[in-house]
Design a protein around this ligand. Structure first.
Ligand SMILES: O=C(CO)COP(=O)(O)O
Length: 136
């Protein structure tokens, strides 16, 4: 994780493809207590779905994924402005913006950013990030 003050909130990105949005929203709801303390960034439609349910979260909505939101998050990764990426990818449907999906995933790997693609992995990644953050 980037070297930051223990008091600074975790900066987490939330993204889900349409078939996975329900799963991500449920996951966010289940972890709302922890996520309330974080600074959240989401692609446009995903962020809207989350804020419909949890309007008090500190969440910044970026462009929709296919309109550049994935690339905005990629830029944030390059600039060291994210501590984790929760990207629930739909492995069953072809995506017209597959290049953006690949680019975002690739940058998460290039920069060794904690990166979760499913609810069970997301549980572990969030727990690890919080433990690491608390340990300072
Ligand atoms: O397509 C996405 C990620 O590749 C997600 O974008 P939306 O949250 O705008 O649907």
């Amino acid at each position: 994780m980037a070297d930051r003050s223990q008091n600074a909130p975790l900066r987490l990105a939330l993204v889900a493809h349409d078939a996975k949005k329900d799963a991500l929203v449920s996951w966010v709801q289940a972890h709302a207590r922890d996520l309330t303390k974080a600074e959240l960034f989401a692609t446009g439609t995903t962020g809207g779905r989350i804020l419909d349910l949890l309007p008090d979260l500190n969440l910044t909505r970026l462009k929709s994924g296919p309109l550049g939101g994935d690339q905005q998050l990629g830029a944030m990764i390059c600039e060291g402005r994210l501590d984790g990426l929760f990207f629930f990818i739909d492995p069953m449907s072809p995506m017209p913006h597959d290049v953006d999906v690949k680019a975002l995933s690739r940058l998460a790997i290039v920069y060794d950013l904690p990166f979760a693609n499913s609810p069970s992995t997301a549980d572990f990644v969030l727990r690890g990030l919080i433990a690491d953050h608390t340990a300072g």
